[in-house]
Write a protein that binds this ligand. Structure first.
Ligand code: ATP
Length: 201
């Protein structure tokens, strides 16, 4: 059976929604976004390395990473982005490994990795890549419903991520989530879960 699944998809594709459904089906979720947030809270393991690399300006008054500062500086600058990733990725990987070990040998691990297709780190660590798929216009509509997101900001992130085609090409399974219908998503995921847990998977 399949015990290590990588879950990915573009911004607003429905990864978190899919992760919640797969947890209900029995998966143990390892949420790399949540790990990254934890690492960059005040006192988190990434804070001092980030301060050393980017200066104290990247740390807010509360001692946590100033995400807006980092977005403004690292988003468009590939060198800064690589530096940020070189700090965060090994820490995220180590924490994910610890959580995986804690889950025990019987667990089906679901690694939610927004940039799985873009990174080289994760592909070799999972047995199957599951892509939650929807067209960019649906992503755009979903992201713009979130407070604080403009059309421009949403388009910028979508443009920065892998294309829909590239993501689908990297997938072992693609689950369609273009419709705002949780039941349809659940149906697709349940079929896949059964397939991956059958004796012949
Ligand atoms: P991000 O990359 O920003 O973390 P995500 O891929 O995790 O996003 P979600 O947060 O799961 O995406 O979904 C984006 C929004 O679309 C949410 O408000 C969610 O409730 C809604 N949504 C996603 N899929 C469905 C669905 N099948 N039915 C109804 N609403 C959905």
């Amino acid at each position: 059976a399949i015990t290590r699944i990588g879950l990915t998809g573009g911004i607003g594709s429905g990864k978190s929604t899919a992760a919640a459904i797969l947890q209900q089906l029995g998966a143990t979720l390892i949420d790399t976004d949540a790990i990254a947030r934890e690492l960059t809270l005040a006192g988190g393991a990434a804070i001092e390395p980030l301060r050393a690399a980017f200066g104290s300006a990247c740390i807010g008054a509360d001692g946590a990473l100033d995400r807006a500062w980092m977005r403004a500086h690292a988003f468009a600058d590939p060198t800064a982005r690589r530096r940020l990733e070189a700090i965060l990725h090994p820490l995220i990987g180590a924490r994910a490994n610890r959580l995986a070990a804690l889950a025990g040998p019987q667990a089906t691990l679901l690694f939610d990795v927004p940039l799985l297709v873009e990174s080289t780190h994760w592909r070799g660590r999972v047995q199957r890549v599951l892509v939650i798929d929807c067209p960019p216009e649906v992503q755009l509509a979903r992201v713009m419903r979130r407070p604080g997101w403009s059309r421009e900001a949403a388009l910028a992130v979508i443009g920065q991520q892998a294309t829909r085609e590239r993501r689908r090409a990297a997938a072992d399974a693609v689950v369609d989530n273009r419709r705002d219908d949780p039941a349809a998503l659940e149906q697709g995921l349940t079929a896949l879960w059964r397939q991956w847990h059958s004796a012949f998977a």
